[in-house]
Design a protein around this ligand. Structure first.
Ligand SMILES: Cc1ncc(COP(=O)(O)O)c(C=O)c1O
Length: 413
């Protein structure tokens, strides 16, 4: 077993440079009340996507701000796809609306536009399309449907931010774009989220949501920043006599590490209180923004590497996976995904990313409270059972990917 784990969740964006910046920010708490970096980040996002940009402490809060600003009637239906994160239905519920699930196409992991037609009702007000793991959804078709039925299209770009090389299908058709800057997303500020109001149609209402948002507590921000140096150091000693594991266990125990989803969120509750984008997190995201092309190139290289190996060995995967996509993670279909993950874990490869075992992820999320009815999205249920994802994030090296492929070869044949 090698010392450094192969992983999805041990600080995927945390390079040495990233950790040093987080360290500096941690040591200069008096700068946290400024808004210079937040405004610079806003300008960078606006320069890329246009429209008006509204920043919040997370993607889920940004989505809640948008849904509230749209002022639909109570109980209005918002369509999401099966195989999604519980953060989405939670935000929909917190806004007073009802999430409705549409099954996915197993070849793209995205909303099946045929199945969608049967789920649109006279209460449908918006569709959130996800671009799962960076595979582009059929936005042209979705745009057509939304225009025809007078429904709002929200493109969720949490898993992919397009760059100059594309993909062109992303971030062009939506009325609104949702961005997440969480620690495992396309680009990371440790936390943060944005709504791009492409036509500036709810600009005033979104500005009001932003102005009435509260700052996160300083202790919370400190723990967000601490995540970077902690994981960076832990990664180096992870395989060393359980030292890294112990360090992480203790950090969690004493509350130094914040979970991505709280127990309440997994049970389907989200606070209606919004928070502002923390300035140091904006500083991290702003430092990363000019590197988007390089981050995506790295993801494209890992995607192409896995794709070549999978094609050569006849591994099953969604057909929507293409070598030129900067995938957030690379999906495979395997017979007993849980068993394979357990076997890989014994070799220091941690592939449980939370996107397994349930239609509303993670599997510990309460499915019924999230309004998911078992059996209503059979393809999403199939995917949840069979998916195995491989890391493409900026700190996965070519050598690690090669090692993972070798281990998988002996497990999958
Ligand atoms: C597809 C998708 N959209 C939105 C979100 C919410 O983003 P955030 O974690 O920044 O709240 C998540 C994950 O949490 C997600 O996976």
């Amino acid at each position: 077993m090698s010392l450094q784990p192969i992983h999805h969740t041990f600080g995927p964006h945390v390079s040495g440079r990233y950790a040093r910046k987080a360290d500096r920010l941690l040591l200069t708490p008096w700068t946290w009340k400024h808004t210079v970096e937040t405004e610079r980040l806003r300008s960078a996002i606006q320069e890329q996507f246009g429209g008006s940009v509204h920043l919040f402490a997370s993607g889920r809060e940004a989505l809640l701000a948008l849904l509230r600003s749209l002022q639909f009637e109570q109980g209005a239906e918002i369509i999401v796809q099966g195989f999604t994160c519980v953060a989405l239905p939670n935000a929909i519920h917190a806004a007073g609306y009802t999430p409705v699930y549409v099954d996915i196409d197993k070849e793209t992991l995205n909303m099946d536009t045929q199945a969608l037609q049967g789920r649109i009702s006279n209460r449908t007000r918006a569709i959130i399309c996800q671009h799962t793991f960076g595979i582009p959804a059929d936005t042209a078709r979705l745009r057509h449907i939304c225009t025809e039925k007078h429904i709002i299209l929200i493109e969720d770009c949490a898993h992919i931010l397009p760059d100059k090389a594309g993909p062109d299908a992303i971030a062009r058709q939506g009325d609104y774009l949702l961005l997440s800057l969480n620690r495992d997303k396309a680009l990371s500020g440790m936390t943060g989220g944005a709504i791009v109001d492409c036509k500036r149609s709810r600009e005033n209402a979104l500005c009001t949501e932003e102005k009435t948002a509260l700052p996160l507590r300083r202790g919370h921000i400190a723990r967000l920043l601490l995540y970077a140096p902690l994981y960076r150091k832990t990664r180096f000693v992870y395989g060393l006599c359980g030292l890294g594991k112990m360090l992480l266990f203790l950090s969690r125990k004493v509350g130094l590490l914040l979970p991505v989803l709280t127990a309440q969120e997994k049970e389907g509750t989200m606070s209606p209180q919004l928070h502002t984008m923390p300035e140091p997190c904006a500083a991290l995201a702003r430092m990363e923004w000019p590197n988007l092309q390089a981050i995506n190139s790295h993801r494209r290289a890992r995607t192409a590497q896995y794709l070549a190996a999978a094609a050569e060995r006849g591994w099953k995967m969604p057909r929507g996976v293409q070598a030129d996509l900067p995938l957030q993670k690379f999906p495979l279909y395997v017979e007993d995904a849980d068993a394979i993950r357990t076997r890989l874990k014994q070799k220091g490869m941690y592939l449980d990313d939370g996107w397994t075992g349930a239609v509303v992820c993670p599997r510990s999320a309460h499915q019924e409270t999230a309004n998911y009815t078992a059996g209503s999205c059979p393809h999403a249920e199939y995917v949840a059972r069979h998916i195995l994802t491989l890391p493409t994030h900026p700190t996965t090296t070519e050598k690690q990917a090669k090692k993972l492929i070798q281990s998988l070869s002996s497990l999958l044949g």
